[in-house]
Design a protein around this ligand. Sequence first.
Ligand SMILES: *Cc1c(COP(=O)(O)O)cnc(C)c1O
Length: 381
Amino acid sequence: MSYINDTISFVRDTFESKDFIPLHEPNFSGKEKEYVLDTINSTFVSSVGAYVDRFEEMMQEISQTKKAVAVVNGTSGIQVALRLVGVKIGDEVLTQALTFVATANAIAYNGAKPVFIDVDLDTMGLSSKAVQSFLEEYGELRENGCYNKKTGNKIAACLPMHTFGFPVRIDELIKICNNWKIPVVEDAAESLGSEYKGQPTGSFGEVGVFSFNGNKIVTSGGGGVIVTNNDALGIKAKYLTTTAKQPHAYEYVHDELGYNYRMPNLNAALACAQLEKLNWFLEKKRGLAKKYEEFFKGADAKFRTELPETKANYWLMCVELENRNARDIFLKETNEAKVMTRPIWELMYKLPMYKDCLKDEQVSAKFLVDRIVNIPSSVKG
Ligand SMILES: *Cc1c(COP(=O)(O)O)cnc(C)c1O
C-alpha cells in the first residue's frame, strides 16, 4: 500500500539512515560518560553517593513535588507506592487493562487484585467516566474507605497510567476518587516532562512514579523514582526502599519488612546527565512530532497529537490505523523494511495471570488495541 511505502521513506529521510531504525534509542550526547566515570573514580558506585542525592533533588524540581526517592526501577517504585497508600493483601486496585504489564504486576506484588477499567479513546489512559460508573455500580463507602459491595474487598487505590506520555484526565479522576475515599497513585513511568493544565504528571496523586529504563525518554540504565507532596509518605518511601532500617549509630534495627530497592549511584550519575538535557529532549521530541503530524495529514494513518490543556512528552509516538487488518499490514511492511513499529500492548486480562480479574466492557481499549501502532521516536544528535 502506497501510504506505507511513503511512511517508510519519510522515516528513513527523517532519521537519515538506510539501516535498521529502532523504535526508541537512548541518546548520550551530554555529560553521561563524565558523571559515570566520576562514580568509578570516587569508588561510590553503590547505593550511597552524591549523584543519588542530586538526582532526587532534580526530580523534586522537575516534578514539582516535595520529596523524590530514587529506586531500582519503575516497577518496584509502583509496588512501594501502592503499599505507601495502604494497599494490602486481598485489596482491589482500579487500573487500566491497556497498559504495560508492570502496572498490573506492581499491584499483584502487593497481593492485591487489579480491577480493569476502560480507557478514554482520546487520552488512551484510565477513563474518569468509566471509573465513576464502576464505582456507582460496585462501590460502597464505609468508615475506613471504599469497598466493592459485590466481592467484599476493599478498593484500596486507583492507578491511572499516562499512556506514551499523553496525560489522562487526572483532575477528574482525583475528584471522583476523593469522593469515594480512594487514594490515587500515578503510573507516570512514560510521562516524564508531560503536563496536565500546566502541572507535571506524577504530581497530582498521593504518590507518583517515573521510570528511567533504557527505553524511556531519559534513562539511568535501569531506575525509577517515587515522588510525593506528602512528607510522611516521602520519609516512609525512603525507609521501605532501604530495608526498613531505623537510623542508629551502629546497630542494625529493621522493624518492618522492607526492600533493597535503592538506586545505585552509578545509575544516578547517568540519570543526572540525562535530566540536564530533559528540555532539549522534549524540544526535539516535539519537533519530530510536528514533522510526523504534517506528514500524516490526510493519510490513512492518523497521527496522535496532544489534547487541549495538556503537554505530551511524545515519548513513543503513534498512529491510529483504520482497523485491525490495516494495522497488521502496516506492522508487517514497516518491520520487513527494517523500520521498527510495534502494536500497543495486549490487554492485561488476556494474560494468563490476570484472566480472572474483574473488568468492565473495555469498549475503547478494544478499539485502540486493534488500531494503535508505535513508530520510530528517537532523538537524534
Ligand atoms: C516502563 C514502565 C513501567 C516500569 O518501569 P521499569 O523501570 O521498566 O520497571 C511501569 N509502567 C509503565 C506503563 C511503563 O511503561
